[in-house]
Design a protein around this ligand. Structure first.
Ligand SMILES: NC(=O)c1ccc[n+]([C@@H]2O[C@H](COP(=O)([O-])OP(=O)(O)OC[C@H]3O[C@@H](n4cnc5c(N)ncnc54)[C@H](OP(=O)(O)O)[C@@H]3O)[C@@H](O)[C@H]2O)c1
Length: 292
């Protein structure tokens, strides 16, 4: 049976470490990292995410600001709010919860966040910095969490064959860029990929970010591979109710892989921990303080 890579455990360690560093930052430099989260609309799942982010931000000793706006908020109002937060010296990270309502241009909003405060790492400049391997890049939270767990599990990733299933801007593409940076040989696959199963079978590292419940089966996985399952899918449970599953069929995959992240309790908890890490990091950088 595969080793279970527990994102719950990793994220707890990560948050404890951030909390200790935030305390030091406050004591030595009188700086309190501040995170502002903006939610437009009343989507229940997004409301839960935003509430969780605020709770965990406060728990590590940071300042948390929430802006909950009605779903008919116009673009100009949103840009004006972001501009205020860009100027606010107590705020070091700004996150706009996605997706935004259809009448708002998502790219315009993301790119109106000051590059240094773009703790989601979705601004074009941060994407460019990541693609060119710059240390200045703010790395998107979900891929950052995946990399932390992979490196901790495997040590050096150099020379490993990695396959990423999914090419979204928020997970698949930045994940592939990070794996290239670690000197992996990377294949990005998607809905038009031919022979997906065969591609997956080549992978020492398999990252699934598809959004299709249990699509990747155990016999798609190379024996001894490390599997990171980013997918979060809610499906009906036998006998009623619902449950969360990943993009990988855990029962069969865990018999073949050397190590695997579960769903829930894998990548998910690491995403918020990495958001806090990015906010801490930017609070240091904005104030010209060497990170410690
Ligand atoms: N754990 C976390 O914190 C976290 C964070 C973000 C996302 N997620 C989850 O991760 C999953 C992916 O999210 P996302 O935002 O990256 O999704 P997305 O934007 O919908 O992208 C899905 C990707 O999967 C590809 N795909 C779809 N069907 C496929 C198939 N049959 N075979 C191969 N590739 C296929 C798509 O290919 P095309 O490009 O060709 O359409 C696309 O590139 C979702 O379940 C989401 O809920 C989790």
């Amino acid at each position: 049976m595969a080793t279970i890579i527990s994102g719950l455990d990793y994220s707890q360690i990560q948050r404890d470490s951030i909390k200790a560093r935030v305390t030091k930052l406050r004591q030595k430099h009188s700086v309190i990292p501040g995170l502002a989260v903006i939610l437009v609309g009343e989507d229940p799942a997004s409301q839960v995410y935003v509430r969780n982010k605020a709770k965990q931000t406060l728990e590590v000793g940071m300042k948390s600001v929430e802006h909950l706006l009605p779903k008919d908020t116009d673009e100009a109002t949103l840009v004006a709010l972001i501009e205020d937060l860009n100027q606010d010296q107590s705020i070091h990270g700004i996150l706009v919860q996605l997706p935004l309502p259809d009448h708002i241009d998502e790219a315009l909003i993301i790119n109106s966040i000051q590059v240094k405060k773009d703790v989601d790492g979705f601004h074009l400049t941060n994407i460019g910095l990541l693609s060119t391997g710059s240390k200045k890049a703010i790395i998107p939270c979900t891929p950052l969490g995946c990399m932390m767990m992979l490196k901790d599990q495997m040590g050096s990733l150099s020379g490993k064959k990695a396959v990423v299933v999914g090419r979204s801007n928020i997970v698949g593409k930045p994940m592939a860029a990070l794996l290239v940076k670690e000197s992996c040989t990377v294949t990005i696959t998607h809905s038009r990929t031919k022979n997906l199963e065969q591609e997956c079978r080549q992978a020492d590292i398999l990252v699934a970010a598809v959004g299709r419940p249990e699509m990747i089966k155990g016999d798609w996985i190379k024996p001894g591979a490390t599997v990171i399952d980013v997918g979060i899918n809610r499906i009906d449970k036998e006998g009623g109710g619902t449950k969360l599953v990943g993009d990988v069929e855990f029962a069969s995959a865990s018999k073949v892989a050397a190590a695997i992240t579960p769903v829930p309790g894998g990548v998910g908890p690491m995403t918020i921990a990495c958001l806090l890490e990015n906010t801490y990091q930017q609070a240091c950088r904005i104030n010209g303080i060497a990170e410690f």
